[in-house]
Unconditional design. Structure first.
Length: 462
């Protein structure tokens, strides 16, 4: 296949703009007690501080002549990499948008709003099972969404468009949440964890970006000799802990995790962490390292029974695909939403990052490793794995990319995506309906008055 057989060339865009400041900002955002304020702060920081740098770096490295001799050129960009999409627009190259999930990343222009799971408007995402047909949610959340769109216009859309006009000389304006609505979306998740909902044809769910053809043993073979030797040196179950690299844990969180993990004497612990307050150590039961050879290899190994994670979407899907239970301590943004979905699906549990105690963490791990929990969870994991296979994984994503590069995306994009904003939301239709209702009211009122006048005339005549 073209995408698999073509030589890949990497272009160096330089270092991240002020990565120390970026890490500091992310840490401050993660400590926000209000998820909506944290998300707003993150977007504001990205647009003001980092997108201009991304534009400049891309324009410096990418030149038009790079694309002239290519028979087929297409860009695949991340949903939040607006700079990449704008550069593609600048060079008039078609592009595909890759996104981690439906609701957190696709705007209300792209899919119908899901009132049963309004994650960005809630500090603790509600379960789909508890909301049901909640009248208050269905009444209030659509209104809140429109207020949020207004706020986003003033806080993000205007500075975003100023940057695009300054850097790329674009004269037309775009809204952040409708910027991609006439493009193909590759969504890296699967129903079963993703709540079932209506989606348009240009939104294609591929499952996680993993090969559906690789077995667990293929991933285990990716482990280094040292990592695999430690895993297989003892028969006791392993608890694997990894919170990623983007947002460091606070000193308090590290201390609570350390107390809880050391108290789980019946299990072995592998903790991947790079923190100034934690030293690397390796014993037969407790191993702390700054680097591991393959996270997928650890998740695929049958000795690893529980994965304690920040619950990023990729980490969550990798854990489920490779059959490992996940205990989430979400830090930021969509991680809260993902944690609730895992619990709803019966494949994981989650704890609040600010409120959990060492005893609570220990008890949750012990509960997850009871035989009843394990049997139920295994069946749920197999169900979701089967759905992931149907979505096709990276192989189907490649097929969609090749098809779009060859034939375009026009056949997939709903025609109403090209409508004016008032037609997209049927405001013109609603206006006509309102006008008709007003006329009917006046007509009925007029007929009633006529009937009363006729009745009074008859009374006078009699």
């Amino acid at each position: 296949m073209y995408c698999l057989n073509t030589t890949i060339k990497f272009l160096d865009l330089g270092s991240c703009y002020n990565d120390t400041e970026l890490a500091r900002n992310l840490e401050a955002i993660a400590s926000q007690t209000n998820i909506l304020l944290g998300a707003m702060q993150m977007f504001g920081s990205a647009i003001a501080d980092y997108y201009p740098h991304m534009y400049d770096q891309m324009l410096r490295v990418l030149q038009p002549e790079m694309f002239h001799h290519q028979k087929t050129t297409i860009v695949i960009t991340d949903r939040l990499t607006y700079a990449g999409a704008s550069i593609a627009d600048h060079f008039q190259i078609p592009y595909i948008v890759n996104v981690a999930g439906l609701l957190p990343y696709l705007g209300w222009h792209d899919i119908l709003p899901s009132d049963y799971n309004p994650w960005i408007l809630s500090n603790q995402p509600p379960s789909i099972h508890s909301l049901g047909i909640n009248l208050l949610a269905r009444t209030v959340f659509p209104i809140l969404r429109y207020f949020l769109l207004i706020q986003m216009y003033f806080q993000f859309d205007r500075p975003f468009n100023c940057i695009r006009q300054e850097k790329l000389l674009f004269n037309h304006s775009s809204h952040l949440w409708s910027y991609f609505n006439s493009h193909l979306f590759l969504v890296n998740n699967a129903f079963g964890l993703e709540y079932a909902q209506h989606i348009p044809p240009n939104v294609q769910i591929t499952g996680p970006m993993l090969s559906m053809k690789l077995s667990s043993n293929d991933y285990i073979e990716q482990l280094s000799h040292e990592d695999r030797q430690w895993i297989e040196s003892d028969s006791r179950p392993i608890i694997y802990v990894n919170f990623g690299t983007a947002i460091p844990l606070s000193n308090e969180q590290v201390q609570k995790l350390s107390l809880a993990l050391k108290s789980l004497s019946e299990y072995r612990v592998l903790w991947k962490i790079d923190h100034p307050g934690i030293s690397q150590t390796s014993s037969s039961t407790f191993r702390i390292v700054k680097w591991i050879s393959s996270s997928l290899g650890h998740l695929a190994h049958p000795a690893v029974q529980i994965f304690i994670s920040h619950c990023g979407i990729n980490s969550a899907y990798e854990s489920v695909w490779l059959g490992t239970a996940i205990l989430c301590i979400p830090r930021l943004g969509d991680q809260l939403d993902m944690a609730q979905r895992l619990e709803d699906a019966g494949v994981g549990k989650w704890l609040n990052q600010n409120k959990f105690t060492p005893d609570q963490l220990k008890q949750t791990v012990e509960l997850m490793l009871t035989s009843g929990e394990m049997v139920s969870r295994e069946r749920n994991i197999k169900r979701i794995q089967a759905i992931m296979k149907l979505h096709g994984g990276v192989e189907r994503a490649v097929d969609l990319i090749e098809m779009t590069a060859e034939y375009g995306i026009k056949s997939f994009v709903p025609v109403n995506n090209s409508y004016p904003w008032y037609a997209y939301y049927n405001l013109d239709v609603y206006t006509i309906w309102l006008f008709i209702l007003i006329l009917l009211k006046k007509l009925i009122h007029y007929l009633i008055l006529c009937n009363r006048r006729t009745a009074k005339s008859k009374e006078k005549t009699n």
